[in-house]
Design a protein around this ligand. Structure first.
Ligand code: DHK
Length: 154
């Protein structure tokens, strides 16, 4: 966790399975940044934007679903890289469908340049926006977008 949710607009940044291995995991696809590096980038940008962030990772689908449910209490926006659950999880789609806050779907790689099974996302239908293929920078761009959306009350 980077900072407790506070009076500043709060953004929950959720990461799914295998993203804890970033830096060692297929660097040609996912880059050399570790998840800790990405958290640091997000913390730096969030401070500039006046956002409080909470940054989490899990390898467990149910835990990810619970965290999405919990976002109803206190979060103003969400960045979600659900990893492989993006392509498989109806449970995640159902949990996201209940949320009334902007969700930006992020992927480090561009799934549309990869295997066909990565072309389907259960997150995209309920995401406000999707950023993919830009590596760690995608998380920073998502924070920029959320800051504006939250500011506009959208
Ligand atoms: C991360 C994963 O773990 C994959 O399962 C997705 C995504 C792509 C990413 O690029 O961040 O297919």
């Amino acid at each position: 966790m980077t900072a407790p949710l506070s009076e500043q607009p709060a953004v929950l940044i959720l990461n799914g399975p295998n993203l804890n291995l970033l830096g060692r995991r297929e660097p040609a696809i996912y880059g050399t940044d570790t998840l800790g590096d990405i958290e640091d980038l997000c913390a730096e940008r969030a401070e500039t934007l006046g956002l409080a962030i909470e940054f989490r990772q899990t390898n467990h689908e149910g835990e990810l679903v619970t965290w999405v449910q919990d976002a109803r209490d206190g979060a103003d926006g969400m960045i979600l890289n659900a990893g492989a659950y993006t392509h498989t999880s109806v449970a995640l789609l159902d949990a996201l469908s209940v949320l009334d806050l902007p969700v930006i779907e992020v992927h480090l790689s561009n799934p549309y340049r990869r295997e066909a099974f990565r072309h389907r996302s259960f997150v995209s239908p309920v995401a406000r926006g999707v950023i993919c293929g830009l590596g760690a920078q995608g998380y920073v761009l998502a924070l920029d977008a959320l800051a504006r959306l939250i500011d506009l009350g959208e």
